[in-house]
Design a protein. Structure first.
Length: 153
């Protein structure tokens, strides 16, 4: 039920902000377990972007995902390179799969993101992105790297 609610919330946010969406991101998250992510980027001020992202991780025996709400401060180095420090909040979910009749307990916590990213503009529509991020949640923290593509509107 919570998953359905979060997906509906993200879809509603996306539709309501469609006129303001700057780009769409698709990422591979590399850490102890592999994950994929999809998100959007919306301008807030000239150099500040809001970038919500949904990340799903393929971990054994659990259903793990995060919903990140990060802010990027963009430093344009030249016409093709941009670097950005980022900070934001995240919602972390880890649902342990039960075996047989046993049921696992869900772990839902709010946390904090901090990191840095870089974007290389391939052309006027496509860019390659790389990010390093530290996520802290009470009782759990992790550092991971993301590689992906960015489609600009």
């Amino acid at each position: 039920m919570k998953k359905l609610f979060m997906v509906a919330l993200l879809c509603t946010m996306t539709v309501s902000a469609m006129a303001q969406i700057k780009s769409v991101d698709v990422k591979a998250n590399l850490r102890g377990d592999f994950g994929i992510g999809a998100g959007i980027t919306m301008p807030v001020l000239e150099s500040i972007d809001f970038a919500p992202t949904f990340n799903y991780y393929f971990a054994d025996g659990c259903n793990m995902f995060t919903v990140d709400a990060d802010f990027h401060y963009n430093f344009e180095l030249d016409q093709t390179w941009t670097i950005y420090p980022m900070a934001g909040l995240l919602w972390f979910h880890n649902g342990v799969d039960g075996i047989g009749d046993a049921k696992g307990e869900d772990y839902n916590k709010l946390g904090v993101n901090i990191g840095v990213g870089a974007r290389y503009d391939i052309n006027d529509r496509w860019a390659a992105i790389a990010e390093a991020k530290y996520q802290w949640v009470d009782g759990w923290d992790d550092t991971f790297f993301s590689l992906g593509v960015n489609y600009k509107f």
